[in-house]
Ligand binder design. Sequence first.
Ligand code: ATP
Length: 301
Amino acid sequence: LLQLFIPLNFLGILYRAIKYALVDMDMLFRLLEQTPEIQDAPDAKPLQLTQAQVQFKNVHFHYQPDRPILHNINFNIPQGHKVAVVGASGAGKSTLARLLFRFYDVTQGSIHINGQDIRTLTTASLRTIMGIVPQDTVLFNDTIYYNIAYADPNADETAIHTAAKIANVHDFIQQLPQGYQTLVGERGLKLSGGEKQRIAIARAILKRPHILIFDEATASLDSKSEQAIQNALNELAHQHTTLVIAHRLSTIIDADEILVMEQGHIVERGTHTQLLTQQGAYAHLWQLQQQERTNSPTENR
Ligand code: ATP
C-alpha cells in the first residue's frame, strides 16, 4: 500500500504545482493582453531626466480607427505639480494614463517628458521613473511583503515597513495573524479595493518614482478608507510630478490644475476654486457629489 501511496502522493503534489503555475500563467496572459507590444525605435535613447515635467501636445488617439477616443489634448505638469482629470465614465481619462506609460502610442500629436518625445526613448528608461497605481491592482499570489518589495528587490524590511506606514496600510497588515507573511492574491486572503490600493501605493512609494500616475478606484469606498488613501497619496504626491485620474472630487481639491473631460475633449480646466466659480460641468458634478455624501448614512462626517 505504501508503494502505491508514495507515487499517488507525488502525483497530488505535482497536480497542485501545475494548477498553481497555470493560475500564474493565466494572470500573466491577462497582463500581457492589456499591454500590447510597443517596440523601441531602432535609435531609441534612454530618457535624460533633469526635470520630471510632463507635456501632452495636441494629442489625438483611437484604439480602433473608426472610433476616436481623445481629441486635441493639451496640458502640462511642471515638476512636483499635480494635475487631476475628472469626467464621466468612458470620457478617456484612463487612456491618458495608458498613453503616458506608453502602453500605446498617440495617433497624432506628442507626449514629452523633460522635453523629450516619449516615442524616441527606450520604454525601459521611461517606465523606471514612473510609478503607477492602477484602478484595479492585481496582486501576485504571494505574501504581502513580496507584493510591496516587488517594486525594489533590494529594499530591506525597514524600507518596506516605512513604505507601508506612509501608505496607511502597515497597521492593517500588522493585525493580520501572519502579518507581512500573509498570502494574498487569488489563492490568498481577499482584500478590499481600498486595502489593495494602499498596498499598490506602498509599492509605488518604495519605487520613489519621479512621475506618479494614480488611477483612483471607481468602486465606492467608505470615508475612512478614502481618507486613508488620500493621506497616503498626499504624502507621496509632495515629492513627485503627479497625474491623478479621479472619481471623487473631494480627493483632488488641492490639485494645481483640474481637467474636466467629456467624450475625449477637455471641456473645462482650472483649480477647484476657479472651476466652482465658473458654475459649469465641474461645479455641477461637485454639487451632485456633495448631495450624495449628505444623503448617504455611511458618508456623513
Ligand atoms: P472610467 O471612468 O469608467 O474608468 P475612463 O474615462 O477612464 O472611464 P477610458 O478607460 O479611458 O475611460 O476609455 C475611454 C473609451 O475607450 C471607452 O469608450 C472605452 O470603451 C474605450 N476603450 C478603452 N480601452 C479600450 C481598448 N483596449 N480597446 C478599445 N477601446 C477601448
